[in-house]
Design a protein around this ligand. Structure first.
Ligand SMILES: Cc1cc2nc3c(=O)[nH]c(=O)nc-3n(C[C@H](O)[C@H](O)[C@H](O)COP(=O)(O)OP(=O)(O)OC[C@H]3O[C@@H](n4cnc5c(N)ncnc54)[C@H](O)[C@@H]3O)c2cc1C
Ligand code: FES
Length: 365
């Protein structure tokens, strides 16, 4: 069975608004407009926290109302959220777990020592306003969806898969879908009740929870993905289109097990790979726009090195996915922290979250 999934286009900006853009300083407009309505801005995509609810013992779902400047996103995509934490504006990526016109929901798991996740899980109040980036990510369902699917989730990696599962639910579950969802304990399973309800509602949807730190009543713990017999758990595994999401190690293992052996394999990781051993010593980095010259270590990403010196370049995912940190390197050589490959072309664009300085550099920052 093939089904066409619904899309919700956003209203275009009015012509008058575009014409006035040249006459107004957006920052000044935003400052005064926010005093009337916190979501009014000249062109900044923003969202207001409308409601919050517990999603599991360590995760919270935040319901966000977006303003008209947010161009929307498709279930499965991610968005950068700018959050004020103790006077500093920090940006992290989140994959909405529900998408409905100008309302999106993000489900955030509190990470030990994590600044933004702690704030969102514990302190963010209804009414708080966040900056939003442009949606990114290619792990989305095709417009005409058919066949047999397998979703593999670990921890907070359930969020984009949940958004797509809800999309399929609205479309009447036009595909065969198995969801294998790894969590440490039952209490940490997000959307537990809704998942059971969906499994009861749709014959085509099969849910399997794998609890790695809670026994299944017979004294056994679920194996991690590397030890699990996926072919025994999922009928006709080779016929499946697979989406996997979770920490880097989980996604990497899923890729090793399935890529090339199933109909299609797509994956997104929420954590970066372990950094490769870097080069030692320091180099000079010239920030040409701000006129500063800094001495930075070569063994870490430029983003981290600059932040350590109080510079706050635009950033988001911090792992090379969203392009928010991209800037021009007009001189010098950088090293890709994920592959150790060096890049020396003049006037190249570099993502500073996954680039370290190999030599003295000039960056357009
Ligand atoms: C594309 C993308 C989508 C994402 N979607 C979601 C989502 O829907 N829900 C969600 O809860 N998170 C999601 N994340 C993770 C999220 O962006 C943050 O990394 C996470 O909330 C932690 O931020 P923090 O400021 O609290 O931690 P930080 O202050 O940045 O880090 C604190 C410590 O925690 C470690 N750490 C950072 N992130 C993680 C993590 N995810 N798991 C384990 N340890 C970590 C760091 O290494 C560091 O030691 C996503 C990440 C990406 C790249
Ligand atoms: S912060 Fe997303 S690519 Fe660098």
């Amino acid at each position: 069975m093939t089904a066409v999934l619904p899309r919700r286009p956003r209203a275009p900006l009015s012509q008058a608004f575009r014409a006035a853009r040249d006459l107004v300083d957006p920052a000044v407009f935003d400052f005064w407009a926010a005093k009337v309505n916190p979501l009014w801005s000249w062109e900044r995509p923003m969202a207001r926290l409308k409601a919050r609810r517990q999603a599991s013992s360590d995760a919270v779902t935040l319901v966000l109302q977006t303003n008209r400047h947010f161009a929307g996103l498709r279930p499965g995509q991610h968005v950068n959220l700018g959050v004020e934490v103790e006077g500093a504006r920090l940006t992290r990526s989140y994959s909405p777990s529900a998408v409905d016109g100008d309302k999106i929901e993000i489900t955030v798991r509190e990470v030990d020592g994590g600044r933004v996740s702690r704030h969102l899980c514990r302190d963010a109040k209804v009414g708080e306003v966040f900056d939003l980036g442009t949606a990114f990510g290619a792990m989305t369902l095709p417009a005409a969806v058919h066949g047999s699917w397998l979703f593999l989730a670990a921890g907070s990696g359930i969020t984009p898969l949940m958004a797509m599962l809800r999309q399929l639910d609205v479309a009447g579950m036009p595909v065969e879908l198995d969801l294998l969802y790894w969590a440490r304990t039952r209490a940490e399973v997000c959307f537990a009740e809704e998942l059971q309800t969906l499994a009861a509602r749709h014959d085509g949807f099969n849910l399997q929870l794998a609890l790695t730190r809670e026994d299944d009543g017979r004294g056994a713990f679920a194996p991690r993905i590397g030890q699990a017999d996926l072919a025994a758990l999922v009928p006709q595994l080779d016929q499946r289109s697979v989406f996997a999401c979770g920490p880097h190690g989980f996604v990497q293992r899923a890729r090793e097990l399935l890529e090339g052996r199933v109909q299609r394999f797509d994956a997104e990781a929420f954590t970066p790979p372990q950094a490769l051993p870097g080069e030692t010593g320091t180099v000079e980095v010239v920030l040409s726009r701000s006129g500063r010259t800094l001495t930075v270590p070569r063994d870490r990403s430029l983003l981290q090195a600059l932040e350590e010196q109080g510079v706050r370049p635009a950033s988001g995912c911090r792992m090379g996915l969203c392009n928010t940190c991209a800037c021009t390197r007009s001189a010098g050589i950088t090293r890709d922290t994920q592959t150790n490959a060096r890049s020396a072309e003049p006037d190249a664009t570099v993502r500073i979250c996954i680039s370290a300085a190999a030599t003295d550099l000039t960056l357009d920052l």
